[in-house]
Every structure is written in structure tokens, then in C-alpha cells.
Ligand binder design. Structure first.
Ligand SMILES: [Fe+2]
Length: 456
């Protein structure tokens, strides 16, 4: 009988997944989720007030708790961020949004991270990643062939049994009608967020994000963008990351999922213009920076902290622009040699192990490998585009010798999976198409990303 009630409950729970259209505009979207707390994001219709979130263990529906709402997070739209606290690790939960009139306007579920540290090997898991999602809006798009592709890719992704989604920038594309006003920046985020085809994905797993130029402002935007404060406010109200920059500057952050640390970098807030000269009098131009001194200091300390913490295996440094590609004709981190040299030296000197870069922006997917003398090679895993246009190759990238894997002229997302124990723990990258069809894959073990032991 208990099992019958349990299954009945699951059935009711899953059938009540759709949002009530009289109340909800977008979401709910799951945000940062760790061992004992979870963030839930929702946008309501303008007049809707006082919606509560109730949550309970899937196996114990009679014990309900109420989440903490954070309202007034957006100056234009009715967005609420909820914190669901006092959770148990490694536990499946259900939650309900309950309107002021007691009507249940959404029911969904999530799972907290496990407490495995000091107890057992890190659990195997996978997550999704991608960048460059353009949704067509004919009156404001450039004339001609629509730039946005097949959005059903998000229905495919919503069906994945992944732990979370990592949005690698250009998550929405601001246009001329958007990036000249604060309201416009918010409006673009709101317009894309509420698309029906995206809703199942928001419910399905936690979402983490960084930005790149198109969701920060105009094409190739830099630190001079006059509306960057408004853009940061839009980003922070539309995503539910663990934190956002330091001292009101930037959107960088970090989170851990099991034994993987993910560093979310901001490649726009402090960025010099791409056309600033890379070097002056044969030396790296000290004025040309992508991450800025404050953020780079933060990253170095966060990496040292991560390296010192036992139990972390892989360290993913996520940022919009490519990091390593020597043949990129565009805005790769290598074109910012002062910071590039500084970070590369730091990684080597401090023997930071398990580092891989994850990037977006390029409208193709590829893995770039760069060898280093005396230590393990670095890889840049680029994942792009989810829905925006693709391109044909030319110039130095045409047969790029640094490319280990490539997916060209196809919409795609990536699934990153971690399995195995100790030095044999492996990170597998799979690039998948609109219907989830496999396009390419590649694996690397922790051993292959470890500084060789030196003999004294
Ligand atoms: Fe970009």
C-alpha cells in the first residue's frame, strides 16, 4: 500500500509539471544546488504576489517546509528567487509553488548533492554544457535568413539525466533594440526565458551560467560598455548562481559538484577592447587585459584553495572566449599576452592539477590541445552553437594542428561525464546533435592531467 501511494504520488507530481499560465511567465528554473540548499527562480505575471514554495522529501511527503522568497530582484519584471534550505544531502525532493489563493501553480522535483567526502569515492555523474543560443524575433532580427536554428535541441537536453547545465555565454543575443537601454537588456532576457520550448529544460536540472559579449551587451563588448551595471543586474536577476563577482564588480563565481570544481569566469566586465595592441615595444601590453587584476587574483587564490582541498580531482575553468587556440583569428585569451603568460606560469609553478578550460562563442565545437614543457598538456573544450548560426572555415584555422576533436556546421551541446576512481577517474566529453545523436567524443584521465613527479 505504501508503495502504491508512493507511485501515485510520483504520477501526480509529474503530471502537475506544467506552469499555471495565469500566474507564471517563466520557470521555475532550478539554480545553484548543493548539499543542504537549493535555489529556485521564477518570473510571475505582474500582479501576482505572495506565492510560496513548499518542499518535502519525496519519500516523506507529510513533512513540509517553506522556502525563503527573495523578491524585488528585478526593477522591471516580477522575479522571485527562493532559497530552499535545511535539506538532507543526497536526497530527492519535491516542491510546489502555492499561490496566495492556495492553488498549486507548479509542482516539480530536484535532488541534493551527496555527502561523499571522507566516506566513499566521489559519485559518478554528468552535466551538460553549451553556448550561443539565438532565438528569432523577426521585427528585430537582421533581414534575410533567420540566424536562429532548431530550438528543439532544448527539448532533447531536458530529457537528459544530467546533474546540471552549464551555460557558456551568448546565452541570449541582445540586438539594437536591446543594448542601448537598461530596460532593453532585461527585456531580451525576459523574452527568451519565457519561450515555451525552454520551459521543460528550466524545470529539469539546476542551471549555472557565465556570459559572453552578446548577453553582456553588443558584439565584442568590453569594459567601456556604458550599461554594464544594468547588464550585471539583468544577469544576476535571470540566473541563480552561488554568487556574483566581488564588491559589486563582475559576475565571476565558483561551485563544486562532487569532486569537480567549476570556476565561472567573467570575460567582459574588465576586458580591454580586442583591438588594443597585444604588445608594445616587443613586450606584452600591460594595459590589455581580459579578466582584470582583481579577478585574476581571485582565480589564483581559488585555484590554490581548490588544490589544497583534498578530494577535488578536475578543475574546470569556464569562460566565454577561447583560452588556448594559437590559430584563432578572433578574440582568444592568447591575444591578451600579459594575463595569458601570467596564468600559464601560475598553473605550472603551483602544480595545479586536473585543469581543463571550457569555452563557447565560436559557432563550432572543438577541443584544442596545447603542450607545455615539463608538465601535462592543457585542453580547451569549446561547445557551440546551441541554436545560433554556424560557419565555414578559412584562414589559419582550416586545418588547425592544435585541434584534437572538431564538430563543424552543426548545432550541438555537450555532455561531460565523470567516472572511475583515483588517478583513473576519467572525464568524457560527448558532442551531441539536435536530437541527441552522437557527433564526436573524447576522454581524458586525471592521470593525464597531473604534474609529473620530479625526483629530488
Ligand atoms: Fe561571443
Amino acid at each position: 500500500m505504501r508503495y502504491f501511494i508512493f507511485f501515485l504520488f510520483i504520477l501526480i507530481g509529474s503530471s502537475a509539471h506544467a506552469q499555471h499560465p495565469d500566474y507564471i511567465v517563466s520557470g521555475p528554473m532550478l539554480g545553484h544546488t548543493e548539499l543542504r540548499s537549493c535555489k529556485v527562480w521564477v518570473e510571475y505575471k505582474e500582479a501576482v504576489k505572495g506565492v510560496q514554495v513548499h518542499f518535502f522529501e519525496e519519500a516523506n511527503p507529510s513533512q513540509r517546509k517553506t522556502g525563503k522568497p527573495l523578491t524585488g530582484v528585478n526593477p522591471y519584471f516580477n522575479i522571485v528567487h527562493y532559497e530552499l534550505n535545511d535539506l538532507k544531502p543526497g536526497t530527492a525532493y519535491r516542491y510546489e509553488l502555492v499561490a496566495a489563493d492556495k492553488r498549486v501553480i507548479f509542482a516539480g522535483g530536484f535532488r541534493t548533492q551527496e555527502l561523499w567526502q571522507w566516506r566513499k569515492p566521489a559519485p559518478d555523474f554528468s552535466f551538460l554544457a553549451g553556448s550561443c543560443s539565438y532565438f528569432n524575433e523577426a521585427p528585430y532580427d537582421r533581414p534575410g535568413r533567420p540566424y536562429g536554428g532548431d530550438s528543439t535541441i532544448f527539448l532533447t537536453m531536458a530529457k537528459e539525466q544530467a546533474s546540471f547545465m552549464l551555460w557558456l555565454g551568448d546565452n541570449w543575443y541582445t540586438r539594437e533594440v536591446d543594448y542601448y537601454s537598461a530596460w532593453g537588456l532585461h527585456k531580451r532576457a525576459a523574452t527568451d526565458r519565457k519561450l515555451p520550448i525552454l520551459q521543460p529544460f528550466w524545470h529539469a536540472m539546476p542551471h549555472y551560467a557565465i556570459w559572453d559579449d552578446h548577453d553582456y551587451g553588443w558584439n565584442d563588448g568590453d569594459k567601456s560598455y556604458p550599461l554594464k551595471e544594468a547588464s550585471r543586474a539583468a544577469f544576476n536577476s535571470y540566473w541563480a548562481n552561488p554568487s556574483s563577482g566581488m564588491n559589486g564588480q563582475g559576475i565571476y563565481s565558483k561551485f563544486s559538484w562532487n569532486d569537480v570544481d567549476v570556476f565561472l569566469l567573467d570575460d567582459r566586465w574588465y576586458r580591454s577592447n580586442d583591438s588594443m595592441k597585444d604588445s608594445v615595444n616587443g613586450q606584452p601590453n600591460p594595459e590589455k587585459e581580459m579578466f582584470g587584476a582583481e579577478q585574476l587574483q581571485w582565480l589564483k587564490n581559488a585555484l590554490l584553495q581548490s588544490n589544497a582541498n583534498g578530494g577535488i580531482s578536475f578543475r574546470i575553468i569556464a569562460t566565454g572566449s577561447q583560452m588556448l587556440n594559437p590559430n584563432s583569428p578572433y578574440d582568444c585569451f592568447r591575444r591578451f599576452p600579459k594575463e595569458y603568460d601570467e596564468l600559464m606560469q601560475f598553473l605550472k609553478d603551483n602544480r595545479i592539477n586536473g585543469v581543463v578550460f571550457m569555452t563557447g562563442d565560436r559557432h563550432h565545437s572543438e577541443i584544442i590541445k596545447v603542450d607545455r614543457t615539463g608538465t601535462y598538456p592543457l585542453y580547451d573544450i569549446t561547445s557551440s552553437p546551441l541554436t545560433s548560426g554556424t560557419h565555414s572555415f578559412g584562414g589559419p584555422e582550416k586545418d588547425n594542428p592544435y585541434r584534437v576533436v572538431g564538430v563543424d556546421k552543426l548545432q550541438n551541446y555537450s555532455r561531460i561525464s565523470f567516472s572511475g576512481k583515483g588517478a583513473e577517474r576519467t572525464m568524457k566529453i560527448e558532442y551531441l546533435g539536435v536530437k541527441g545523436e552522437p557527433l564526436a567524443n573524447w576522454s581524458v584521465s586525471l592521470q593525464q592531467l597531473s604534474t609529473p613527479r620530479t625526483r629530488n
